[in-house]
Design a protein around this ligand. Structure first.
Ligand SMILES: [Zn+2]
Length: 480
């Protein structure tokens, strides 16, 4: 990827005078930088005095010194029906299992759409331009409609898990998925493979669109070997990545040992699924041999700190993410589902501080390392490293501009990394470009009416609240 400024001439958009964290090979930070965009791609990136004098732009924006970085990648999110109940019925509540049944019975195309819309809006407002879901959709086209409405890149997927004989009798106290939920969601192996093929045919990974299909599975010992092997073959045939949850709780290792006499990641290797096309989400509980296997395989990992912290699952206590990064494993960041807000920079902050606190060492993961996880590694987790993840000539023009109009944006120094990771986070995200199109412009969505969306989301959520019963979960009296 050429990061120089040798593509002058006529361009569609010129962004001048930004403080640009490029994430290019040299990790240049352009203190007074500019980018030019042509046909949705970065045509020139460099110091403002060089870029601005070499191009003629249809539209020019003066960023007046605002912070700019590549569009962030939320490498693991759930976007669908269940999003409408978050904040009402927490998954860490003892009665959560009953909620699953209600939600499943009341899933409708419109609720899938509104849940996904809420998730996508939140991701973009927090600076993400691409996400992957290991399967949160019952009505995939409704999720796709939400992704397209917002205008971000999305890799949504059907819920895909089959009849792994290891599932019955499993301890579900960790709340990854209740027995009831597993029972409702599972389908036959054949049906699961049909769903995967369907999403990869309808939304081709190599088709260049903002919505891409991949082999996205539930994982976590909930899928049979036949399904995993079949999904891998489908992923290869369609040139798409395979992505699934793995090693969320320690119980998975016990299930795998009992069933196969091997640890979970060893088993994935045994059946030929563990390779450079696989992205594994969570990976909280690996033994040293599994870490070595992952490093040798080229498989990518997604760390979801908030999801683990909320439920005490051990991502910081047991996770070997700093070690995997040191071994050359690509480790991205994900907001996941019920853990809290869809915010990659929140995950970056937690990744930066969590290991220091638990291990009593500094720095373990630096601010620079967690920004690489949020951008470059995120792009790799989605198989999009040739297209996004950095601001370089030839890549797609996905970037985030922060406002100067909040205290967290000040004081401004030439090196903005510490300020971004520990002070601003996403609080100053202002304008978000995808393919050079401003899908969020000074805090306003450009493709649809956000107020109308919030109204419909709250209406649908009110029906959820009435159906599930807020009083089941409320600790303090709700007084009308
Ligand atoms: Zn998840």
């Amino acid at each position: 990827m050429n990061s120089g400024n040798n593509h002058g001439g006529q361009v569609d958009l010129l962004l001048r005078r930004g403080r640009i964290v490029t994430m290019d090979r040299r990790r240049r930070i352009l203190v007074d930088g500019a980018v030019a965009v042509r046909d949705g791609l970065f045509a020139a990136v460099g110091p403002d005095r060089e870029v601005s004098s070499s191009v003629t732009a249809a539209v020019t924006r003066d960023l007046k010194g605002a912070l700019v970085h590549p569009g962030l990648v939320d490498a693991h999110v759930h976007a669908g029906n269940s999003e409408l109940s978050r904040g009402l019925a927490p998954k860490d509540h003892a009665d959560y299992g009953a909620v699953d049944g209600w939600l499943f019975a009341h899933r409708r195309p419109e609720t899938d759409h509104l849940g996904a819309l809420l998730s996508c809006m939140e991701m973009v407002m927090n600076g993400a331009t691409a996400y992957s879901d290991t399967g949160g959709s019952f009505f995939l086209e409704e999720t796709v409609r939400a992704v397209e409405k917002v205008g971000m890149r999305g890799m949504p997927g059907y819920v895909v898990l089959d009849d792994n004989p290891a599932v019955p009798g499993r301890d579900t106290s960790s709340g990854a998925m209740s027995e009831e939920e597993g029972e409702m969601l599972r389908a036959s192996t054949g049906e699961c493979l049909e769903r995967l093929e369907d999403q990869m045919v309808r939304y081709p990974f190599r088709g260049g669109g903002r919505v891409r299909g991949a082999a996205t599975l539930y994982g976590c010992m909930r899928c049979s070997d036949e399904l995993l092997i079949g999904a891998k073959a489908l992923a290869e045939r369609h040139g798409a990545p395979m992505i699934m949850h793995q090693s969320w709780d320690p119980e998975e290792a016990a299930v795998s040992e009992a069933l196969y006499g091997r640890r979970p990641v060893q088993h994935l290797d045994d059946i030929g699924v563990l390779d450079g096309n696989l992205t594994l989400v969570h990976m909280n509980h690996l033994d040293p041999a599994e870490v070595e296997l992952v490093a040798g395989s080229g498989a990518r990992v997604v760390h979801c700190p908030a999801a683990s912290l909320r439920r005490g699952m051990g991502a910081v206590r047991s996770g070997a993410f700093p070690e995997m990064l040191a071994m050359g494993v690509s480790v991205a960041l994900g907001s996941d589902g019920y853990s809290g807000r869809r915010d990659v920079l929140r995950q970056a902050y937690l990744a930066a501080v969590g290991f220091r606190e638990f291990r009593g060492e500094l720095p373990v993961l630096t601010g620079e390392a967690v920004l690489e996880m949020a951008t470059l590694h995120g792009a790799k987790a989605l198989g999009l490293e040739d297209e996004v993840g950095s601001i370089e000539v030839g890549k797609r023009a996905d970037l985030v501009v922060h406002t100067l109009d909040r205290p967290e944006a000040h004081p401004r120094f030439r090196d903005p990394v510490d300020n971004l990771v520990y002070f601003r986070g996403s609080s100053t995200v202002d304008t978000v470009f995808v393919d050079g199109e401003a899908i969020l412009d000074k805090g306003r969505f450009t493709r649809f009416d956000a107020e109308e969306a919030y109204r419909m989301i709250d209406e649908a959520a009110a029906a959820f609240e009435a159906g599930i019963g807020a009083s089941t979960f409320a600790v303090w009296p709700l007084v009308d």
